[in-house]
Write a protein that binds this ligand. Structure first.
Ligand code: CP
Ligand code: NVA
Length: 311
């Protein structure tokens, strides 16, 4: 229990209900379709972004997105001096909340976010940590909903390193009624705790989850999704893992073994490593839709947690 347990943090989505998750996806669709109804949603609100890791999409989409909602963003560059070295994250959170109406933070360890949120009396939004990337997942299901009309009963298939993006896709997908396939090389599986929680959500929401090391399980996929083989903060040399990951590269031959019409990647992507350059640039690629949707999804999150809707 946090000191401010009734405030609206978004650290994982793990504790959201299916109804809340579906309502947020509907809001994201509406924010995208009718931005004029939300252009004052953050009027007179100030949001602080404090990032320990580099970012292109998240940083820029929050900044421009907040501007489109009538709010103001202050970016605090903690990359040079990691957030928790100078003072406790709980104190950073308490101080920022003296001025800000919300905090968006990208950190190495999930615990740093939990501490930040414990100290802050304003909502804290996870902009990526070692375990989760919730804003990314909402944006990606927004894209899937646009392409298929609905995500319910469809199948999202993730191939590659079991990581923060995989975890959030699983949790958000299970809450939205989207079947899940997760294929990783041996030794690079997802967190057993998160897999267990996702299985519980899947059971409650009538969703199938397949977790395997075999790419033969990809047949039913509607979308194939991949991500970098080495996430930020992982110093493993590429040469040490390249051979193990090579059979899991997302390429045209792999796509043809499946039912999938589209490919997704959260980016930054490494051309001809986890995904072929030609597939990235093909008409199957939803990468730029995903990038665009980061802003609409995050704006929906901020409208719901921090702002007020004028529609
Ligand atoms: N997908 C994503 O979060 O990109 P950035 O790391 O550039 O923010
Ligand atoms: N798994 C990647 C996602 C980047 C957006 C990482 O954490 O580096």
């Amino acid at each position: 229990m946090t000191a401010f347990s009734n405030k609206n943090d978004l650290l994982t989505f793990s504790d959201w209900s299916s109804a809340e998750m579906n309502a947020l996806l509907d809001l994201a669709l509406d924010v995208k379709a009718r931005p004029e109804n939300y252009n004052q949603a953050l009027a007179n609100k100030n949001i602080v972004a404090i990032f320990e890791k580099p970012s292109l999409r998240t940083r820029v989409s929050f900044d421009i997105g907040i501007n489109k909602l009538g709010g103001h963003l202050v970016y605090v560059d903690s990359q040079g001096a990691p957030l928790k070295d100078r003072e406790d994250p709980v104190d950073v959170g308490a101080n920022l909340a003296c001025w800000a109406d919300g905090i968006v933070s990208r950190v190495y360890e999930h615990k740093t976010l939990v501490d930040l949120a414990q100290g802050a009396k304003v909502p804290v939004i996870n902009a990526l940590c070692d375990l989760y990337h919730p804003c990314q997942a909402l944006a990606d299901y927004l894209g899937m909903a646009e392409k298929f009309g609905s995500v319910k009963g469809k199948t999202m298939a993730y191939v590659g390193d079991g990581n923060n993006v995989t975890h959030s896709l699983l949790i958000v997908g299970a809450l939205l009624g989207c079947n899940q396939v997760v294929i990783t090389p041996k030794g690079f599986e997802i967190s057993p705790n998160i897999a267990q929680h996702a299985a519980k959500l899947a059971y409650e929401n009538n969703v199938d989850i397949t977790i395997s090391n075999s790419i033969d399980e990809l047949e039913k996929a509607d979308i194939i999704y991949t991500d970098t083989w080495l996430s930020m903060g992982d110093d493993t040399p590429l040469a040490d893992i390249k051979e193990k990951f090579a059979p899991y590269q997302v390429n045209e031959a792999l796509m043809q073994k499946t039912n999938a019409s589209f490919v997704m990647h959260c980016q930054p992507a490494h051309r001809d490593l986890e995904i072929t350059s030609s597939l990235m640039d093909s008409d199957k690629s939803l990468l730029m839709l995903q990038a665009e949707n980061r802003m609409h999804a995050q704006n929906a999150i901020m409208v719901a947690l921090i702002g007020k809707q004028d529609s």
